[in-house]
Design a protein around this ligand. Sequence first.
Ligand code: IPM
Ligand code: MN
Length: 337
Amino acid sequence: MTNRVAVIGGDGIGPEVLAEALKVVAAAGVELDTVDYELGAAHYLRTGEVLEDSVLEELRGFDAILLGAVGPPVGDTSVPPGTLERGLLLRLRFELDLYVNLRPFTGVPGSIAAGTDFVVVRENTEGTYAGEGGFLRKGTPHEVATQGSVNTRMGVERCVRFAFELARSRSAHHLTLVHKTNVLTFAGDLWQRTVNEVAPGYPEVAVDYHHVDAACIYLVDQADRYDVVVTDNLFGDILTDLAGAVTGGIGFAASANLNPDRTGPSLFEPVHGAAHDIAGQGIANPLAAIASAGLMLEHLGEADAAARVQAAVRDYLRTAPTTTSTAAIGDAIVERL
Ligand code: IPM
Ligand code: MN
């Protein structure tokens, strides 16, 4: 059966990098039935809508969603901060219950973390992202702003179990919980206890714990300590930007926003943003989008095509210069399939 995929090109370089990703998927021999959706900054400015309820309902019916990038140009204030983040990206994560944000990293030759290979499992529906909090006495000298971190046993446990399953399936069999248990003694305690309670079901997986500040140092000078990292939403957001930087640049970082229970479609997107400064020039790096499409193929059960895309990306990174055009990089991946 042909997979039905919703394609959200978005803003800036989003559509151009997705075009290469779709070219690679086709060349890998996977036929997709795609429907384009116009969402993002341009859509918001044109219609005043971020994500229409009817569009959200349509999206639920797809097998997967492929997203390029959304956001206005840096410094453009026509889209208030948070509008697209909360109204589109986080709304999709929450509504579609995309509770794992899976971000794999491979240190490319010449990068600080060359030769490393690890995956961050970022909890994707809770923590400080949940939106708990508010203002008191806003606009007065006595103003109070609170922003709570929401951690449910169910939400932590399903993410931790996913990470253990992943660690069991990989050759290193290693899992590191990253948190700040020495200061965040409530949330950290729940995470640590959950890991401790799930671990005995995975006797072959070695378990470690690092504080998030220490993990930032290790990522820079000893990233080979990591195989599977499991962490909360905000720590995962920050750590994966750092991980992208040390493994070769955010231009290579792919992500899968997964609904592992498959009660709806999962969403696949490069970690990078819309990069309006280089949009339309044909020079954006499409590798993160291509690798994200590879993750999508894996999720759709196209294991062989996914493996070939992943191998082609790895081979390209090993052998080719990366300072070439968007289309040329897409072609180079297609040649290697
Ligand atoms: C990411 C992004 C998003 C996040 C923003 C755009 C809401 O930074 O996917 O990492 O914070 O999760
Ligand atoms: Mn981020």
